[in-house]
Design a protein around this ligand. Structure first.
Ligand SMILES: Cc1cc2nc3c(=O)[nH]c(=O)nc-3n(C[C@H](O)[C@H](O)[C@H](O)COP(=O)(O)OP(=O)(O)OC[C@H]3O[C@@H](n4cnc5c(N)ncnc54)[C@H](O)[C@@H]3O)c2cc1C
Length: 402
C-alpha cells in the first residue's frame, strides 16, 4: 500500500451539482512509460500537470477515485495570499525575512492562478478582498501590529477600529484588517479545466487506477497499479492530498476535521462588497459568497481525524455554523441548504512541505495543506516543475523537508 485510504468527505458539497467541463480519461490497459507520473487528480495534481504542459515532457495522471473526487470537492475555495499563520506569528517561528518571503510567495501564487484561470476562461472565478476580524488569536492591538507588519512587508492593508468596522460592514467586532486581491473559485470547475488544459497539451489521465507499490531507483521509478500494470517514469509526484504517502515523513503535520455549510440563495441580502470574511480565532469561522448569491460558511475545526466521529457531528456542527453566521451577519438568512464535512491538514508553521521526498529517489511530494491548500498547490506546481525541468524555484528552500 502506498497511501492509506481515508474517507475524505461526507455530506452534500455545494460544488457537486454544478455543471463543469468534461475531461477525457480512461482505464490503464497496458504498461506505459512516461517522463512524469502524477498520483492524484485533485486540484494539486491538476495544477502540476497543467504547469508541466509547456515543458514538452510526457505526463500521466492517475487517480483511484476520479478527477476532483477527493478533498478538492469539499473545499470552500477561498483562495488567499493571507495564510492561516499571521505574518507577525510566522516571523516568530521562521524569522522576519523568511516570513515576509513566504507571504509574498503566496501573493504571487494567487496572482499566477488568477492569470492562468483567466487565460483558460474558467467560469465562476471572482476577485475578492478579505476582511480579517479580531479574535482570540489576535486581539485588536495585535491586529494593529499585524497590519503594520503587513504594510512594512509591502502588502496593501487597511485597519478598521470597532466604529469604522460597523459603519462600513455592519459587523460588531473590536477591529479588522482588509486585505486585497484574493479569489473565490469553484474548486471542481477549476480542477477539471486545468486537467482538460493538461490533456490538450498531451497529458493522459488514467482512472480508476490505484498505485499500490513504488520501486524508486536512481535511474527512474516504477509504480505498480492495483491490477498489476506498471508505469515507468523518470519522476513521480505524490499529489495525494490528505492520504499521505507512507514513505513521506510526517513530522509537524497534523490531520484534523472541519465542517462547512452553504445557505439558501439570497443575492439581495449579501453585504455590498462581498469580501471574504474570516476570524483571527481558533477555531475560526470564515465566509464567502457564491455567484448565485449563497453564503458559504465554514470552520468549527476539531483536532481529531476519525471520520466516523467527524460525520456523527455533521448535524450539530451545521447548527453551530448556522447560529454563528446568523449572529455575525444579522441581515442574512443563515439557513443551510448544503452541509458537508471533510478531513483537513495543517502544519506547525502553517507552511507546506514541498519537494523531493527524503530517502526516496526521483519522487516529489505536494501535500494538500489546510485553509491555504489551493494557494500552496500553485506554489507546489512551480517548485516541482522547476525541480523536474532543471530550473530550481527561488523559494524552494522555504518549503523543503527540514
Ligand atoms: C471543508 C473544507 C474546506 C476547505 N476550504 C479551503 C479553502 O477555503 N481554501 C483552500 O485553499 N483550501 C481549502 N481546503 C483544503 C483543500 O480542499 C485541499 O487543500 C485540497 O483540496 C487538496 O487537494 P489535493 O488535490 O491535494 O487533494 P485531493 O483533492 O484529495 O486529491 C488527491 C487525490 O489523490 C488520489 N489518491 C490518493 N492516493 C492514491 C493512490 N495511491 N493511487 C491513486 N490515487 C490516489 C485520491 O483519490 C484523490 O482524488 C478545504 C478543505 C476542506 C475539507
Amino acid at each position: 500500500m502506498v497511501t492509506a485510504s481515508k474517507d475524505l468527505r461526507t455530506g452534500r458539497s455545494i460544488w457537486e451539482w454544478q455543471r463543469a467541463t468534461s475531461v477525457k480519461y480512461g482505464p490503464l490497459l497496458r504498461d506505459i512509460e512516461v517522463d512524469v507520473l502524477v498520483i492524484g487528480a485533485g486540484i494539486t495534481g491538476a495544477m502540476i500537470a497543467d504547469a508541466l504542459g509547456e515543458s514538452g515532457l510526457k505526463v500521466a495522471i492517475v487517480d483511484k477515485r476520479g478527477p476532483a473526487k477527493g478533498s478538492t470537492t469539499a473545499s470552500t475555495a477561498l483562495i488567499q495570499y493571507e495564510i492561516d499563520t499571521p505574518l507577525t506569528k510566522l516571523s516568530l517561528k521562521i524569522g522576519k525575512a523568511n516570513a515576509a518571503r513566504a507571504w509574498r510567495r503566496s501573493r504571487l501564487a494567487v496572482d499566477e492562478l488568477a492569470a492562468r484561470l483567466g487565460e483558460l476562461g474558467v467560469p465562476d472565478v471572482v476577485g475578492r478582498d478579505s476582511l480579517y476580524l479580531a479574535g482570540n488569536l489576535l486581539d485588536q492591538d495585535e491586529l494593529a501590529r499585524e497590519h503594520d507588519a503587513r504594510r512594512a512587508a509591502g502588502f496593501a492593508s487597511r485597519y478598521f477600529d470597532r466604529k469604522a468596522l460597523r459603519a462600513r460592514f455592519g459587523i460588531a467586532r473590536d477591529a479588522a484588517i482588509l486585505g486585497y486581491g484574493n479569489l473565490a473559485i469553484d474548486p471542481r470547475k477549476v480542477t477539471l479545466a486545468l486537467l482538460k488544459a493538461a490533456t490538450e497539451q498531451g497529458s493522459k489521465i488514467f482512472t480508476p487506477v490505484e498505485i499500490v507499490d513504488i520501486d524508486d531507483k536512481k535511474t527512474g521509478v516504477t509504480a505498480t497499479t492495483d491490477d498489476g500494470r506498471r508505469i515507468h517514469c523518470r519522476h513521480l509526484v505524490f499529489a495525494t492530498g490528505y492520504e499521505l504517502p507512507d514513505r513521506v515523513p510526517r513530522r509537524g503535520h497534523k490531520i484534523a476535521s472541519t465542517w462547512a455549510i452553504a445557505t439558501v440563495a439570497q443575492p439581495r441580502r449579501l453585504w455590498p462588497e462581498q469580501c471574504m470574511i474570516w476570524e483571527a480565532s481558533e477555531p475560526y469561522l470564515y465566509l464567502r459568497t457564491t455567484p448565485d448569491g449563497r453564503v458559504i460558511c465554514g470552520g468549527e475545526d476539531e483536532d481529531f481525524a476519525d471520520s466516523d466521529e467527524r460525520d456523527a457531528l455533521l448535524a450539530r456542527k451545521t447548527a453551530t455554523l448556522t447560529r454563528k453566521l446568523g449572529r455575525l451577519m444579522r441581515h442574512l438568512d443563515p439557513t443551510a441548504e448544503f452541509a458537508w464535512t471533510g478531513t483537513f491538514g495543517s502544519t506547525a508553521t502553517g507552511l507546506p512541505t514541498i519537494g523531493l521526498v527524503p530517502k526516496m529517489q526521483n519522487c516529489w511530494v505536494a501535500l494538500g495543506y489546510g485553509g491555504n491548500g489551493t494557494t500552496y498547490a500553485r506554489i507546489a506546481a512551480d517548485v516541482i516543475c522547476g525541480g523536474i525541468t532543471g530550473r530550481p524555484d527561488v523559494d524552494a528552500d522555504l518549503y523543503r523537508f527540514a
